[in-house]
Design a protein around this ligand. Sequence first.
Ligand SMILES: Nc1ncnc2c1ncn2[C@@H]1O[C@H](COP(=O)(O)OP(=O)(O)OP(=O)(O)O)[C@@H](O)[C@H]1O
Length: 247
Amino acid sequence: MTIMFNNSGTTPPGDEPRSERIRFHDLNAGYPGRQVLHQLTSGIPALTMTALVGPNGSGKSTLLGVLAGVIDATSGHLRYTEGSPPAFVPQRGAVGDTLPLTARQTVEMGRWGERGLWRKLTRKDRTAVDSAMERLGVADLAARQLGELSGGQRQRVLIAQGLAQQSDLLLLDEPTTGLDPEARNRITALLADLVADGTTVVQATHDLEAARSADACLLLADGRLIGQGPPEEVLTATALSRVWQPG
Ligand SMILES: Nc1ncnc2c1ncn2[C@@H]1O[C@H](COP(=O)(O)OP(=O)(O)OP(=O)(O)O)[C@@H](O)[C@H]1O
């Protein structure tokens, strides 16, 4: 497995268009005794919204985890162009509801990567936390325990934690799943704003509406990439019925 950062001039011709934030090639990944992703080759266009789409178990979260660096690929190449380390917002269900943390403490954890675990936050850190919480509309929830928030509120706190990392690459796992339409629209609009402000956003999603409004889609089935490109080319009726057909 090769991971490269800050690629500059060493790429074989034709391998990596400049406009890509991440490129991966022949990527295999999975869990002990279980291969999930098979020979994936694709890229994440910079400064756009990319949706990872596919049915349950198709490998969306695994791919996102590999791109985020929290799951190791077993083989293949993964290359990031110049920029900050990715900020990763895991699925809401993957974050313990019983953690004795306030909403603000949860967002502050987004600064640990830069500051170090349990170190006192600087003014710059506090400003990043404040502005992420304001942007997500959760400043008034700062003192509330994470476990007592509604699903939509908790999701916004987790996205604020990702935003507080101030990365130009934001990876989110099912950010709108299980939310009511208002909360979903709010998050969708925020993600679009982030892209407009210069962030590359990747979201794993079941939500075909969200996927259709993305700039690019990677369609997965059984850990294989079966479509990539603009949503209108990838999410065709034929492709969707093939992927979602029972049995
Ligand atoms: N920690 C794990 N250990 C072993 N197998 C896992 C683990 N996490 C996921 N898997 C398996 O890997 C496969 C892909 O799972 P993954 O979560 O990447 O799919 P997904 O497309 O994100 O699914 P969903 O839409 O249900 O979230 C599934 O068969 C799943 O059971």
